[in-house]
Ligand binder design. Structure first.
Ligand SMILES: Nc1ncnc2c1ncn2[C@@H]1O[C@H](COP(=O)(O)OP(=O)(O)OP(=O)(O)O)[C@@H](O)[C@H]1O
Ligand SMILES: O=C(O)C1=C[C@@H](O)[C@@H](O)[C@H](O)C1
Ligand SMILES: [Mg+2]
Length: 169
């Protein structure tokens, strides 16, 4: 399986869907699975139950998906901040040989350009978003088997770069 990680707006969902189509494999998005499970949109879960509740539920959903899903899996931007999720991602290539964890790299300015102001992404309202971006970068890098820059590349070009970087076979 191929798991996509990266900051908000990196293109995990968009690139993930296009990559799955290109490789003719299934696609799943952890945020979508979670929203379905919880029965409420992300912003509402943040507002009513708080971020800590969201993170616990996200961890459970991601651990399930890392076992049950196949093809391409896009994670939420904050998933790697849960130590249990980070450990599960780091162990993935050994546990499921042939799998890859791809970090789609986006700088803060590009992320803001792409998704800034989206009320469905409550993290964007944080005044310390730059700190969050800086804090997460090593977390993505630590679990990634491949890093792909997204800045200045169209979605199909990012897909090309991912495919080119994947191990053959
Ligand atoms: N390479 C790209 N160039 C320009 N725009 C892009 C690129 N990749 C994604 N986008 C656009 O950025 C927006 C956010 O993309 P997407 O929802 O896939 O990000 P994400 O990484 O899944 O974010 P989140 O962490 O919030 O789930 C979308 O409008 C998408 O079309
Ligand atoms: O970066 C984050 O913390 C988030 C990213 C999105 O994918 C969602 O998981 C949610 O909006 C939180
Ligand atoms: Mg997404």
């Amino acid at each position: 399986m191929i798991v996509l990680v990266g900051f908000l707006g990196a293109g995990k969902t968009t690139v993930g869907r296009a990559l799955a189509r290109r490789l003719d494999v299934p696609f799943a998005d952890a945020d979508h699975v979670l929203v379905e499970r919880l029965g409420r949109p992300v912003a509402e879960v943040f507002a009513t139950d708080g971020e800590a509740f969201f993170r616990r539920a996200e961890h459970e959903a991601v651990v399930d998906l890392l076992t049950s899903s196949d093809g391409v899996l896009a994670l939420g931007g904050g998933a790697v901040e849960h130590p249990g999720t980070a450990a599960a991602l780091a162990a993935l290539p050994q546990r499921r040989p042939g799998s890859s964890v791809v970090h789609l790299v986006v700088d803060l300015a590009a992320a803001r350009e792409r998704v800034g102001g989206d009320p469905g992404r409550p993290m964007l309202a944080r005044p310390d978003l730059a700190d969050v971006h800086a804090r997460r970068a090593p977390g993505y890098a630590a679990v990634a088997t491949l890093e792909v820059a997204t800045h200045g590349r169209r979605v199909d070009e990012v897909v090309d770069a991912v495919v080119a970087g994947l191990p053959r076979g």
